[in-house]
Design a protein around this ligand. Structure first.
Ligand SMILES: N[C@@H](CCC(=O)N[C@@H](CS)C(=O)NCC(=O)O)C(=O)O
Length: 209
């Protein structure tokens, strides 16, 4: 197995943390997104969507999309469980994991990309020719505020996001929030449930991945 990775990008980190939680050692190959290496011929032969992370299996099969990588690894290495022990828990973890990506990761990505000149014709991940729309920066702030508000409420009723224990939902939310911290869209003042949770998940050894 090989993980196509980009050390500074938040979505590949989801896969790295998941792999670390499983105690696995998977070789990695760095792909430089800021320099557009992911849109070059070599990487497009690996992943036609030009996205990271990708997990290449020994038979050459390539699995794209972090949640699909999670599912594959969990099926092979079920312990420790990160995707749910029964249908209800699995569904809740999946719902919060998807929310963390689609509301958290994507709004923070929209905020970052639409004001970053280095990505001027790459406002959407995975391809070129999409111009920045500066007005989207303000909209992204509202989307991110909604994300932070929702997880604050959820973490007031549950110790972790998807379940009462650490799971894949927490991994994706942590990666989204650290991306937010890096670009100036971190946890709002007063969101104490989120801060309590953030401290706990950040202290796990896997967070260094
Ligand atoms: N839904 C995807 C999101 C992956 C994604 O957006 N990855 C970003 C890096 S954080 C990427 O590949 N960007 C390519 C680009 O900016 O061209 C997943 O779950 O893996």
């Amino acid at each position: 197995m090989k993980l196509y990775d980009c050390q500074m990008a938040p979505n590949p980190r989801r896969a790295r943390i998941f792999i670390a939680e499983k105690g696995l050692d998977v070789p990695r190959q760095e792909v430089n997104i800021m320099e557009g290496e992911n849109l070059g011929e070599d990487y497009l032969r690996v992943n036609r969507w030009g996205m990271l992370p990708s997990l290449e299996l020994d038979d050459g099969t390539v699995i794209a999309e972090a949640p699909c990588i999670f599912g594959y690894i969990e099926a092979l290495h079920p312990v420790p469980n990160l995707l749910g022990n029964d249908p209800k828990e699995s569904a809740m973890i999946q719902a919060w994991e998807r929310f963390a990506e689609m509301s958290g990761m994507q709004s923070i990505g929209e905020f970052f990309r639409n004001q970053t000149p280095a990505l001027k014709d790459r406002a959407v991940p995975g391809y070129k020719g999409v111009p920045l729309i500066p007005e989207l920066v303000e909209r992204a702030k509202k989307r991110a505020a909604y994300f932070y508000d929702q997880i604050e409420k959820r973490l007031g009723e549950s110790e972790y996001l998807g379940s009462g224990r650490f799971t894949a939902a927490d991994i994706t939310a942590l990666c989204a929030i650290d991306f937010g911290n890096a670009v100036g869209l971190g946890i709002p003042e007063g969101n104490e449930n989120t801060r309590r949770w953030y401290k706990a998940v950040s202290e796990r050894p896997s967070a260094a991945a």
